[in-house]
Design a protein around this ligand. Structure first.
Ligand code: KG4
Ligand code: ZN
Length: 313
């Protein structure tokens, strides 16, 4: 739940983390997630307004995610947004979650404007997109199988690092050496990604080392570092290629996986002097509401507020 001014200035950005509720199950349980939205959102609306000393009537526009995402959560959000808009007599804007990730970069860099090239890496997406103008996106590359975040989460599970996997793998990898247990860097022709082979390579490596229980802490760290390196190098190899083919003055790396320490560092090196690189701070890379407000600002209004779990760009 967030309050954003003029689509650019974050006044409040509240995240109720559900990690603890889902951790015992090793992944997100859709019904629990929807129920938590229902339970927590109204209080967060109150809290965001109170902290700023604002009232509902001060809000000009209510923005809400239409998808992609879990249908139960989307429906709770749309229902609440419609209720608030009716109570405050204001319009509602439906937003594509993926657009939100890119707009997080505009909250980060005040003078950032399209045209830009973006690498969007989250739990379900590894997409290279061109943004020629506001609210216009063109996909030029995507994954053939697993998304980067999904691969990272599965690898964390294979290594017994728990849930949520991304941050755990990031921490573990910092203690390891990526060369000692090197894994292949997946590479398909063109701008397509594939991470399922890498996931299997890790599984086999752990098996060849005698299974998870036989791994010492140093080896687990080396495996985490090797896996992280392969994902990051693959992501950046295609970004590098995309930038060669479609030079752009601005490059954005965003989505939950862009919180990753190695990806953030290596992206700087790969983009180099060819473009200005913007990576939102980690709190704006992982899912948040401020990015949804940013994407809604100035966007053409959809007449229809249909939640769509499989919404694409
Ligand atoms: O964008 P996001 O918050 O939610 C989706 O829209 O999916 O992305 C979540 C993904 C998860 O797979 C999570 O493990 C990953 O981002 N992630 C990370 C890190 N923080 C979150 N992956 C690697 N390193 C991190 N520090
Ligand atoms: Zn997301």
């Amino acid at each position: 739940m967030a309050l954003v001014e003029d689509g650019r200035r974050v006044l409040a950005n509240l995240v109720h983390s559900q990690e603890r509720a889902h951790a015992p199950y090793g992944g997100v349980v859709p019904e629990l997630a929807a129920r938590a939205h229902l339970e927590k959102l109204p209080g967060l609306v109150r809290e965001a307004l109170d902290r700023q000393g604002l009232r509902g009537g001060d809000v000009d526009l209510v923005a809400v995610t239409l998808g992609p995402g879990l249908v139960g959560c989307l429906l709770v959000g749309v229902g609440l947004a419609q209720g608030l808009a009716a109570a405050w007599d204001r319009p509602v804007a439906g937003v594509n979650h993926l657009w939100g990730h890119v707009y997080a970069a505009l909250l980060t860099q005040p003078d950032l404007e399209p045209p830009l090239l973006a690498l969007v890496v989250s739990g379900a997406h590894s997409d290279l997109v061109r943004m020629p103008a506001h609210h216009r996106f063109e996909v030029i590359g995507r994954t053939r199988d697993d998304a980067a975040g999904e691969a990272v989460d599965k690898a964390a599970r294979t290594l017994g690092l728990g849930y949520p996997g991304g941050p755990a793998l990031d921490r573990q990898a910092r203690r390891g050496d990526p060369r000692r247990q090197a894994l292949p860097v997946p590479s398909l022709p063109g701008l397509e990604y594939s991470f399922s082979g890498l996931k299997t390579a890790l599984l086999y490596r752990v098996r060849d080392l005698g299974g998870l229980d036989a791994l010492d802490e140093a080896t687990r760290s080396d495996l985490a570092a090797a896996f992280e390196r392969s994902v990051v190098e693959s992501l950046l190899e295609k970004l590098d290629r995309a930038l060669d083919r479609w030079p752009a003055p601005e490059v954005v790396v965003c989505g939950g996986v862009a919180a990753n320490t190695l990806l953030r560092r290596r992206a700087e090196e790969v983009v180099g002097g060819r473009a200005r690189l913007t990576i939102p701070p980690p709190s704006l890379c992982t899912d948040n509401a401020a990015m949804i407000a940013a994407a809604a600002s100035g966007a053409p209004r959809e007449a229809d507020l249909r939640a769509d779990p499989s919404l694409d760009w």
